[in-house]
Design a protein around this ligand. Structure first.
Ligand code: MTE
Length: 309
């Protein structure tokens, strides 16, 4: 399979990340010996090491960590972009389990620490294109979801995969509102879920996921609009029928099940032809399948993508 995004990332492109690490090291040194010791203890538990995966490297400039962690969509913590950074600190991410159930031969509940060791972690720089026509470029850390699904042995009836976020209105105050039907639900066709680009994600920028980005684990499906990438997941259910997702319930004419990034099919209320990369002034054209067409277009051969939007 041809991979147009392959290539090494020039050192100049990873400056924001280097700056981030250098600043942190500087802060540790400046804080004096005992404080530095404490700081390193705290940071040590948050770090997440990963091999780099050049096959999935992008040459796009990374979105600064500050924007990645302060401009979020996570309606469980409010509908404002800055609400999740302000309010998601209350989410307890330990202990945490993920149940795999439904059409599988070996249903199992995994502890988060068991999951972290299940397969080699990879850093993958992916574009995230939100349905609201903004985008970011983020160095995610995780492993292909297929590694996990293989462990529970899907049955021949498993045609779809449903992702379900934690439901706990005490910890997630947004769930006391009716802005969406809770818990947040998303879904994929089984072949999309098994695709090597589909990443079960635990970290970004060399660290465990910040709460506002979906700690302790979320999905990242880079050729689809960002709302498909469910955060803070507790359940993955394999099903025979196509699941009804939270956004399909909220607006069936606006949010489809497939939600492949498609500049040719507008949202009923705005164009999808262009996007604003966070931190940039000028809009840029949106790419079909968010730039991953060579890898994923064959999954939709023969389908009318304006009907299956
Ligand atoms: N997952 C849950 N549980 N709740 C949400 O509100 N928002 C989605 C997706 N996952 C959302 C969610 C949307 S619309 C986007 S664009 C991405 O998360 C944003 O991810 P980020 O904040 O890490 O950039």
């Amino acid at each position: 399979m041809k991979n147009p995004v392959a290539g090494n990332i020039p050192a100049s492109e990873i400056t924001p990340r280097e700056l981030f690490y250098n600043r942190r090291r500087f802060m540790q040194m400046a804080a004096g010996a005992s404080a530095a010791f404490l700081a390193s203890k705290v940071f040590a538990t948050e770090k997440l090491s990963a091999g780099t995966s050049s096959a999935y490297g992008l040459t796009d400039k990374l979105t600064p960590l500050e924007d990645v962690t302060r401009y979020n969509n996570f309606y469980e913590f409010g509908t404002g972009k800055e609400d999740p950074a302000r309010l998601a600190g209350s989410l307890k991410t330990r202990p945490w389990t993920l149940s795999l159930e439904g059409e599988v031969h070996k249903p199992k509940t995994f502890d988060i620490d068991e999951l972290l060791k299940l397969a080699p972690m990879e850093e993958r720089i992916y574009r995230l294109r939100c349905v609201e026509a903004w985008s970011m470029v983020i160095p995610w850390i995780g492993f292909p979801l297929s590694e996990l699904l293989k462990k529970v042995e899907p049955t021949s009836k498993a045609k779809f995969v449903e992702f379900i976020t934690l439901h706990d209105p005490e910890q997630m105050p947004g769930q006391k509102t009716t802005v969406l039907e809770w818990p947040y639900r998303e879904g994929l066709r089984i072949d999309e879920a098994m695709h090597p680009l589909t990443l079960l994600t635990f970290g970004l920028y060399g660290e465990m996921l910040p709460n506002q980005n979906g700690a302790p684990l979320r999905m990242v499906i880079p050729w689809k609009y960002g709302f498909k990438s469910a955060k803070s997941i507790v359940k993955i259910r394999l099903t025979e029928q196509q699941p009804v997702t939270s956004w399909m319930k909220a607006g069936p004419n606006e949010y489809g099940f497939y939600a492949n990034v498609n500049p040719a099919v507008d949202h009923p209320r705005w164009s999808q032809a262009k996007e604003r990369r966070i931190g940039e002034f000028f809009k840029r054209p949106t790419l079909a399948f968010n730039g991953y067409a060579d890898q994923v277009a064959p999954l939709y051969a023969g389908m009318d993508l304006s009907k299956y939007f």
